[in-house]
Write a protein that binds this ligand. Structure first.
Ligand code: ZN
Length: 462
């Protein structure tokens, strides 16, 4: 009988040593949206392939497709055909840092207190590195793993996984598995692990309002000719309630879910700190829901850009046209079409002066995702987290959109999809001073050690 707790503590001993590797990976600055970073992504893919070989994986390789950043794939199949195969997905690309005020060098790993700072530290390098460390401990301590494993690291997650489905088609064997662990999600607190079961989708639209052939004198024509800029403001204001929240296409939140969501530690303090609110600024009122319901289960709207005249271009004129780009967050279970229809109808209703309103959808939409995390694989995950964190993961949603999750959900709907990660509310992913909490990382490493053993038992084939 293998003593899994002993392997977990061996893995814990390796946590400190893995920071140097994290620093080495992060220093590649693998920014997938930056064309100049392309060779760095390719180099990092090769380094990861070699490191996975060293770790004891077989068939460690760089997967390539034309016009795409590569993926890295590796596997270990020593547990035999009677044991399940667990796929670990992560991404090795990162968000850009341009224009962000970092207090440390973003592409160097800097330790301060109980956190490790650097772009990609938690999103998502720490996520998959926590599996490297856990697998290494199993192989080092016992010479094997309790289940077969596959690792798939993507290089384009931060630009919306545009080619991931092509990789699935071109390299189906790299994805073939009995359960998938997708490590790019958030924990609700540094002592409360999370299991993500819903995501909001994303839809971007452009609203354009046209009124005249040219700009005209605002003194001569103000109050008699309709003003597209003011009309745009009025129309956009219709979309939201007194708190500034989208008031259209709201969803009924299941009462049982709502009651449970009162246990989510998304408190006023967490929101203040996570959303970097200024002193004196407060989170929006709950209005009979909970912050979790607002953030995860309801649709939302944000202004991305407008064509309002910029400072320096002032003139006393009614501008001939005006437009805004909006981002709409699609509620779990809601379709982009439903939400678009509700928003478009409101923007076209009773337009002042009959101004011309054109609404177009922009590329890059992502579906929402609503999942029921039940069954043996999730019982296994609960047990693994209980062993490592002292409690089962809380079922959480994510207000953001992760195109790859909706894609995995569509392509592998019959498989258990375990969404976890090393992000916490203070990580600051996609912003300055991104960091990973060392305690979260350590507990995740240990949970992974247990997870392989638990899944091996729960999904045993023969
Ligand atoms: Zn990520």
């Amino acid at each position: 009988m293998v003593d899994v707790a002993r392997i977990a503590s061996a893995a814990e001993q390796s946590v400190e040593g893995s920071f140097a590797r994290l620093g080495r990976y992060l220093a590649f600055a693998p920014i997938s949206s930056d064309p100049e970073a392309k060779p760095r992504l390719a180099q990092l893919a090769e380094v990861l392939r070699d490191d996975l070989t060293t770790l004891g994986m077989s068939r460690s390789r760089v997967l390539e497709l034309p016009d795409a950043h590569p993926c890295v794939a590796a596997e270990w199949t020593g547990a035999g055909p009677g044991a399940p195969t667990v796929l670990v997905y992560g991404h090795f690309d990162v968000q850009p840092v341009k224009g962000e005020a970092w207090s440390t060098e973003p592409h160097a790993l800097v330790r301060k207190g109980d956190r490790l700072y650097g772009r990609g530290s938690a999103d998502d390098m720490g996520g998959w590195l926590s599996h490297f460390v856990a697998m290494e401990a199993w192989l080092h301590e016992t010479g094997s793993l309790p289940c077969n494993v596959k690792i798939l690291l993507e290089g384009e997650e931060e630009i919306g996984s545009p080619n991931l489905e092509r990789f699935m088609d071109a390299y189906p064997e790299a994805f073939e598995s009995d359960a998938m662990v997708l490590t790019d999600c958030e924990n609700p607190g540094v002592d409360i692990p999370g299991l993500t079961v819903s995501l909001r989708g994303l839809l971007e639209v452009e609203v354009s309002i046209a009124g005249a052939e040219s700009d005209v004198h605002s003194g001569l024509w103000g109050n008699v000719a309709p003003d597209p800029a003011m009309a745009l403001i009025a129309l956009l204001a219709r979309l939201v309630d007194e708190d500034g929240r989208l008031r259209l296409a709201r969803r009924d939140v299941d009462p049982a879910w709502l009651a449970a969501s009162r246990g989510v530690p998304l408190t006023a303090d967490v929101i203040r700190s996570g959303a970097r609110l200024l002193d004196g600024v407060n989170p929006l009122p709950d209005r009979a829901l909970t912050p979790a319901a607002w953030a995860w289960r309801e649709p939302a709207v944000t202004v991305l850009s407008t064509t309002f005249p910029a400072p320096g271009s002032e003139k006393n004129a009614i501008r001939k046209s005006s437009s805004a780009k909006l981002s709409l967050r699609i509620a779990p279970g809601q379709t982009a079409e439903e939400l678009f229809a509700a928003v478009a109808a409101e923007l076209r209703r009773d337009v002042p002066g009959g101004l011309t309103v054109t609404i177009t959808t922009l590329p890059g939409a992502a579906s929402s995702w609503d999942y029921v995390a039940k069954g043996p694989a999730f019982d296994a995950a609960d047990r693994a987290y209980e062993a490592a964190w002292g409690r089962a993961p809380l079922r959480v949603g994510l207000g953001g959109s992760i195109p790859f999750v909706a894609l995995f959900g569509r392509r592998f709907s019959r498989l258990p999809l375990v969404l976890n990660g090393v992000i916490d509310p203070d990580t600051g992913a996609h912003g300055p001073n991104e960091s990973m909490h060392i305690g979260v990382y350590t507990k995740t490493v240990k949970a992974n050690v247990h997870l392989y053993a638990e899944l091996a038992t729960a999904l045993k084939k023969a």
